[in-house]
Ligand binder design. Structure first.
Ligand SMILES: [Fe+2]
Length: 234
């Protein structure tokens, strides 16, 4: 009988102390996950570092998928900060999260597709084009999404998770089977419009962006949430 061990991430970089301190204050203020995410959005807003927070070697990315670099794990386990590097076309699987999450785009544009779980299938309900300078946050449930670098160059983003991934290995709650391609137009939000079907999300965008073109694919019957496998990189 074989066994496998989950590889736990290690801190391999550094995070600006003022940014870490601001996140710590936001987290320790308490309240609901959504309230915490909203405060962490404010903490990152105006404090996002440049992509130079990583080394040139790290910023090159990897050929086999986006790379994640853990730059801070709060000692009390209340949050972690990672920086991700995406080569053009690299993407996450469709997934959701264990806890609140706040994202800041440091370079390039990240394109996000948001799904609603309809029981027997996932329905795309919103799209977000998040250029450099965007800070957005959300809290589960209802946070099923996938992220892609649709640009021509390297994209870099900072992610703050309300858990310690050096202990739980990943912020991801569930990875879903690839959903059906889009069968109907889904509004592109930059930022999400009021009242639009999207995550309970706080978004700030600066500067303005040119969103990527929408691609509508032909129909495919169904795609059900299936796998409980975790993505160790997020
Ligand atoms: Fe995510």
């Amino acid at each position: 009988m074989s066994s496998s061990a989950v590889e736990l991430p290690r801190v391999t970089g550094t995070c600006p102390p003022l940014l870490t301190a601001a996140v710590r204050r936001a987290v320790r203020a308490g309240g609901s996950w959504q309230q915490t995410a909203d405060r962490v959005v404010e903490a990152l807003r105006g404090r996002l570092p440049g992509p130079g927070i990583l080394s040139a070697e790290q910023l090159a990315g990897g050929p086999d998928g986006y790379r994640t670099h853990l730059v801070h794990a709060e000692p009390d386990g209340s949050f972690s900060i990672v920086v991700m590097v995406w080569r053009p076309g690299q993407r996450t699987p469709v997934h959701d999260h264990l806890t609140w999450c706040v994202t800041g785009v440091l370079q390039g544009t990240e394109y996000e597709l948001v799904y609603a779980n309809r029981g027997d299938h996932l329905e795309p309900v919103a799209r977000n084009a998040n250029p450099a300078g965007t800070v957005s946050g959300f809290a589960p449930p209802g946070d099923i999404h996938e992220v892609t670098n649709t640009g021509d160059g390297i994209a870099v983003s900072m992610h703050v998770y309300g858990t310690d991934i050096t202990r739980v290995a990943s912020s991801v709650r569930r990875v879903y089977a690839p959903p059906a391609p889009l069968t109907h137009p889904v509004p592109l939000q930059t930022p999400p419009a009021l009242g639009a079907p999207t995550l309970a999300r706080t978004t700030d965008i600066s500067p303005a962006t040119a969103p990527p073109p929408a691609t509508i694919h032909p129909a495919r019957p169904t795609a059900s949430p299936s796998s409980l496998a975790r993505n160790p990189r997020t």
